[in-house]
Design a protein around this ligand. Structure first.
Ligand code: GLN
Length: 494
């Protein structure tokens, strides 16, 4: 049997029972990546020697009797998270050749749990984008259709999991970059409560919005990785322990749960296939004993504007460190500092430059109150509205994306259209809430079979509710497990 169709927990069990060695698992996946990745461009860097040596160490630890929840499990990591001795570039020319000198906290925890960093995945430059087309390495392709985007910015990680190049992966979600590509490729994608996962070692885009999140093809795998990476970290002062037990809550029933469909997210512009998927999902939840009702979150339509103001403002400040002195490619400093500085900064792509300019503008004297401060005040308003809704509802549902995956190039010339892809995901980041893409359906769209997702949102710190809901849908086979080979050949795995 080919091991790429196994879930992470099944692989770990086989390694722990010595049915297969971690080294064989890793060699298998490295070979699969070298065969399939050229068509998809999901991985931008692998370090075979390091991956194999991590695997040998896991095999030794196993023989010494160490219990490792992720023994020998390959994990793909987005090109913005530091992995010691791996090239990490944020999909940008400016970081060409940068080798991370240390592990991010999440990576350190994964290695301790026996996971192997199988490779680094493609991203929109500095995680700015919704399609994984703004990358110095070129676009990643959606395995469902070679002409479509995988969503972004963590498109490489989503594709790696969807097409069986790695059972699980890490991405980052500042405004939807885990949930959107998860929806576009048909896998689970979790954006944790703000502060549940350490950002130490993550190259910052917008600190107050982003979290490292997880891609998986099963709820159990999602829980396995999430329970390893989450929890307080002294190196990130925003982190805390939430104390949930994801494994026990997965068996719970959702009978008598109250589920709210956010009315404003079904307004015009949402494709019929997406509306149908949400409707099917809610009727199924009713069959499982939950009640479903519409709820209004009145100010949600203003979220996109507030999100982009805050994200760009923080980005303009975070990206100041790429000056060729502290970080970023630096050749020689022969001319005046300003001239050299602009040479280095010209290595940024267009979208990144646009955001630095707009962000600096919104923070500048005279405009700060009009833009940044207003957006910051809006955050409290939207958080309050969510809080109010959660007094009545256990979870809220919205489409993850207004449309199924769009075509490569379709929105590249029109940044506003591209930003609109995040319309349903950004309110969650403004409020710091946990949310999950549920890969509910494969639909026929424009003559192609394409995945469509539904977003479940839980109250602050109640990520466990997302696991209860998702596992109820998975157990009753409303959500089916699958791997997709390029282009669109589906292998069902349950
Ligand atoms: N597409 C959004 C942006 O460009 C979200 C990005 C993300 O979540 N990293 O800001």
């Amino acid at each position: 049997m080919s091991i790429h169709i196994l879930d992470a927990h099944e692989l770990a069990a086989k390694v722990l029972q010595e049915e297969i060695s971690a080294k064989d698992v890793v060699s298998f996946f490295l070979e699969r990546i070298s065969k399939i990745n050229p068509a998809l461009n999901a991985f931008v860097y692998t370090n075979e020697a390091s991956a194999l040596s991590q695997a040998s160490q896991v095999d030794v630890r196993k023989r010494q009797g160490e219990k490792m929840p992720l023994a020998g499990v390959p994990i793909a990591v987005k090109d913005v998270i530091s992995v010691k001795d791996y090239q990490i570039t944020c999909g940008s020319k400016i970081l060409r050749g940068y080798i991370a000198p240390y592990d991010a906290t999440v990576v350190e925890r994964l290695k301790k749990a026996g996971a192997i960093i199988i490779g680094i995945t493609n991203t929109d430059e500095f995680a700015m984008g919704s399609s994984t087309e703004n990358s110095a390495y070129g676009p990643t392709h959606n395995p469902w259709s070679c002409t479509r985007v995988p969503g972004g910015s963590s498109g490489g990680s989503a594709v790696a999991v969807a097409s069986g190049l790695s059972p699980v992966a890490l991405g980052t979600d500042t405004g939807g970059s885990v949930r959107l590509p998860a929806a576009f490729t048909g896998v689970f994608g979790l954006k944790p409560t703000y502060g549940a996962v350490s950002r130490y070692g993550l190259i910052a885009y917008s600190n107050s919005l982003e979290q490292i999140g997880v891609f998986a093809r099963s709820v159990k795998d999602l829980a396995l990785v999430y329970s390893v990476i989450s929890g307080a970290d002294t190196r990130d002062g925003t982190t805390q322990n939430f104390g949930w037990d994801l494994f026990s809550c997965m068996g719970n029933s959702i009978e008598n749960w109250k589920i709210g469909i956010v009315k404003e997210t079904l307004a015009e512009g949402v494709d019929v296939s997406v509306q149908d998927a949400l409707r099917d999902c809610s009727s199924y939840l009713e069959r499982l004993g939950a009640s479903v009702e519409e709820v209004s979150i009145k100010h949600i339509p203003f979220s996109l504007a507030a999100y982009y103001l805050i994200a760009m403002s923080e980005a303009s400040s975070n990206l100041a460190r790429f000056d060729g002195v502290r970080y970023g490619e630096h050749t020689s400093f022969e001319e005046e500092w300003n001239v050299e500085f602009s040479k280095v900064r010209s290595l940024f792509g267009l979208e990144v430059k646009r955001r630095i300019l707009l962000g600096a503008y919104s923070l500048s004297a005279g405009y700060y109150e009009m833009f940044y401060e207003k957006a910051a005040r809006f955050r409290s308003l939207i958080s309050e509205e969510f809080k109010e809704a959660f007094k009545q509802f256990d979870v809220l549902l919205t489409p993850t994306s207004p449309t199924p995956p769009f075509r490569l190039g379709e929105k590249l010339q029109d940044p506003l259209m591209m930003y609109l892809s995040d319309i349903h995901t950004v309110p969650v980041n403004l409020a710091g809430l946990p949310a999950l893409n549920l890969p509910v359906k494969i639909v026929q769209h424009d003559g192609e079979l394409l995945p469509v997702g539904v977003q479940a949102i839980a109250p602050y710190g109640r990520d466990d509710k997302l696991f209860t809901l998702a596992s109820a849908l998975e157990k009753s086979a409303f959500i089916k497990k699958r791997i997709v080979e390029p282009w669109g050949r589906i292998v069902w795995t349950n």
